[in-house]
Design a protein around this ligand. Structure first.
Ligand SMILES: Cc1cc2nc3c(=O)[nH]c(=O)nc-3n(C[C@H](O)[C@H](O)[C@H](O)COP(=O)(O)OP(=O)(O)OC[C@H]3O[C@@H](n4cnc5c(N)ncnc54)[C@H](O)[C@@H]3O)c2cc1C
Length: 497
């Protein structure tokens, strides 16, 4: 029976990104998907700089970036078109060494993820293969799947099985996890169009039309693609709503049928769900299998990419026997405890936003919910910390920026998949670092700017670029370094493509 380090069920963006990350660490990986191709219609249309940074680690950022569009921001307007809230997004390079937000076409991303996977000799991808049974044997997992192209049932073994198998996850069922439900459940009609030619008056901003009874969202996506998301009222029939005549009726304020082609119309039920358990023994879940959010923040897929950025190096440390078994359990437990509260915060914020869009008297509601000093409403992007896990003391579990080295290189291109000590020059003197741990200082980079944002002199970054803690003195930094010793041997083993 073929044996793997990790078997991934689901070749969506979460599973594909995890496979790339694990392959970078030298693990032998199997990816299964029941479909023959990736989903060809648009779903996610936004991701953020943290996600782009993960794409940078797996070497696809440069190919993805030209296929994205900029995101100037989101505006909330009322039924008369009056501006209620302006939420501009920063332009230019931000703290992650990428611009803050990217609009994209999900099939473009999945194309690149799959195309690049072909260069990974350690990853076996099997499409038209449906997993139907997993059996945790204690020291490994036996996985059964049907190769639907041949009608043959096969068995493989892996040290871990990760279910990146979407909202109706099979692995979640084997884990027997219940879902926490934050109460948002609404039907929205999603309309994707391709314009025949550019129509600049539609604008570059995302617009939230806060029209009580029929809230809607407009998003400018790359090229000539445009997206509308429109509430479906309780008495309306989903099948009727997607009929083209009805769709053009709903779009009549913006577009005429001769101006664009409908690429896709579908009614989705947006949920706000979080799995209670993300792991049982050697079975783990990630992505939509763990959490589902209304798309108002554009963060569903982003959360899945964050999951696997948190998970991959922990799995690599365990599969390569770098950590002892007690530490292995601590590491794996930290995946759920760290990620869950971060994912929950995004879901809560999206639910809150959804509620505000749908409130009669939105202007007052926005001001009350998102107050600013001048009395108007103000909205900012969030970056919730990780929940309790491996971090130590204050300033732990925070996403750190990506310094530029003195020669302009991004830090992660130099120290990819490594632990990194970032500190001011004085603390770096006489510092003894464990083998494989990178050192970025105020002398060899612009680290000082990043440390100043955290009001600290030193920090240690995990491979996923969250802080393990901070230090103000040489002694504190030495103690922080001692705390990472069990894990610091995690290192880059880039597969030669
Ligand atoms: C209208 C809409 C708008 C959205 N907008 C955004 C946005 O702007 N930004 C954002 O970040 N997110 C957004 N999302 C969410 C985003 O699309 C999803 O979060 C993302 O696709 C989830 O990726 P995944 O890999 O976890 O799961 P999926 O993409 O669902 O992939 C799961 C895969 O598992 C396979 N599978 C399932 N069961 C089995 C099995 N038993 N055996 C083998 N294979 C199996 C499936 O075939 C599928 O390929 C949006 C979603 C929608 C619907």
């Amino acid at each position: 029976m073929e044996e793997y380090d990790v078997a991934i069920i689901g070749y969506g963006p979460t599973g594909a990104t995890l496979a790339h990350l694990l392959a970078d660490t030298g693990l032998k990986v199997l990816v299964l998907d029941r479909e023959s191709k990736h989903y060809h219609l648009p779903r996610a249309i936004h991701f953020d700089a943290e996600v782009m940074r993960t794409f940078q680690w797996i070497g696809i950022a440069d190919e993805i970036e030209p296929r994205t569009a900029t995101h100037p921001g989101m505006r909330f307007v009322d039924a008369e078109g009056k501006l209620l809230l302006d939420w501009p997004r920063p332009q230019g390079e931000g703290p992650q060494a990428w611009r803050a937000n990217f609009r994209f076409h999900q099939p473009d991303l999945e194309d690149v993820l799959r195309k690049r996977m072909k260069l990974r000799h350690q990853v076996t991808t099997r499409t038209r293969c449906e997993a139907f049974h997993v059996d945790d044997l204690g020291n490994k997992v036996e996985l059964r799947f049907e190769d639907m192209s041949a009608g043959v049932v096969e068995r493989v073994r892996a040290k871990f099985v990760v279910g990146c198998d979407g909202a109706r996850s099979l692995v979640r069922r084997f884990i027997e996890s219940e879902m926490e439900d934050y109460g948002f459940q609404e039907r929205w009609l999603v309309i994707d169009v391709i314009l025949n030619q550019n129509k600049p008056e539609l604008g570059e901003h995302t617009i939230q039309y806060c029209v009580p009874g029929r809230p809607a969202t407009y998003v400018r996506t790359p090229g000539l693609r445009r997206r509308w998301e429109i509430t479906v009222l309780p008495e309306e029939n989903s099948d009727e709503m997607i009929k083209h005549e009805q769709v053009w009726n709903l779009l009549s304020d913006w577009l005429k049928p001769e101006e664009a082609e409908l690429e896709r119309t579908a009614v989705y039920v947006f949920h706000s769900l979080l799995a209670k358990d993300w792991r049982k023994g050697r079975l783990i879940i990630a992505g939509d299998a763990c959490h589902q959010t209304p798309p108002f923040m554009g963060q569903g897929m982003c959360a899945g990419i964050r999951d696997v950025a948190n998970l991959y190096w922990k799995l690599a440390l365990i599969c390569k026997d770098i950590v002892a078994s007690e530490e292995a359990d601590t590491l794996l437990n930290s995946y759920e405890t760290e990620r869950k509260s971060n994912a929950r915060e995004y879901i809560h914020t999206a639910v809150r936003l959804g509620g505000l869009i749908n409130t009669a008297g939105t202007e007052e509601a926005l001001r009350a919910a998102l107050p600013s000093r001048d009395g108007s409403a103000r909205m900012e992007s969030i970056a919730p910390p990780l929940g309790p896990g491996l971090g130590i003391g204050k300033n732990s579990g925070l996403l750190f920026g990506q310094p530029r080295m003195s020669d302009g290189t991004r830090m992660d291109d130099v120290f990819c998949h490594q632990w990194v000590v970032v500190c001011d020059k004085i603390l770096a003197d006489d510092l003894e670092l464990p083998a494989g741990v990178g050192l970025v200082t105020s002398e060899n980079s612009n680290a000082a700017e990043h440390l100043a944002k955290m009001a600290t002199r030193a920090t240690i970054l995990r491979p996923d670029r969250y802080t393990i803690g901070t230090a103000e003195t040489t002694q504190e930094l030495k103690e922080l370094i001692a705390s990472i010793l069990p894990y610091s041997k995690f290192n880059k083993q880039k597969e030669k493509a």
